[in-house]
Design a protein around this ligand. Structure first.
Ligand code: THU
Length: 167
């Protein structure tokens, strides 16, 4: 965060977000390619009859275990849950002592092909930030479409500055 301007106590500041863009999965290391592949496969099992938008997530833990999940919709729309939170809650419920290293997210619109990487919704970013705080280490996020470019961030601060906290 850099100080921009200061007048009579008021400060204007600027936040730098860091991310990497790869032109295709081929540029990623083998482990990341495999994680994205698992997220892509998980997206195929999404229950998304209302939006037709399938999202898959694969979470790599420090013990090399990989947790996969996908979005689950409901006829009462707000009761559905994003792929990321489905995976994160399962992970914290079943591997409470493990550390999340990387989350790969793949989005796939069954109505039209898109190579736009899926970037997680605000609610999922808040939940990722929570688990970063719990484990006291950064989570890397890989965001992908069915094909094409990949966006990588290291640390949820790069996705959600000013997350909600209770101090
Ligand atoms: N969705 C996710 O699974 N992850 C996101 O980060 C954003 C949206 C799901 C929710 C819903 O089932 C569908 O995509 C369309 O919004």
């Amino acid at each position: 965060m850099s100080l921009y301007f200061n007048l009579n106590g008021m400060q204007e500041k600027k936040i730098d977000l860091h991310y990497k863009i790869y032109t295709s999965v081929a540029e990623l290391k083998e482990e990341d390619q495999q994680l994205i592949d698992k997220a892509k496969k998980a997206s195929l099992n999404a229950y998304a009859p209302y939006s037709q938008f399938r999202v898959g997530t694969a979470i790599l833990l420090d013990n090399q275990e990989v947790i996969t999940a996908n979005n689950q919709e409901n006829i009462s729309y707000p009761e559905g849950l994003c792929a990321e939170r489905t995976a994160l809650f399962y992970t914290s419920a079943n591997f409470p002592k493990n550390t999340i290293k990387t989350i790969a997210i793949v989005g796939n619109n069954s109505l039209k092909t898109t190579d736009k990487p899926i970037t997680p919704c605000g609610g999922c970013r808040q939940v990722m930030a929570e688990y970063e705080g719990k484990q006291q280490s950064k989570i890397r996020v890989l965001m992908a479409g069915v094909e094409g470019k990949i966006i990588e961030v290291n640390g949820i601060d790069n996705l959600l500055p000013f997350r909600f906290v209770m101090d």
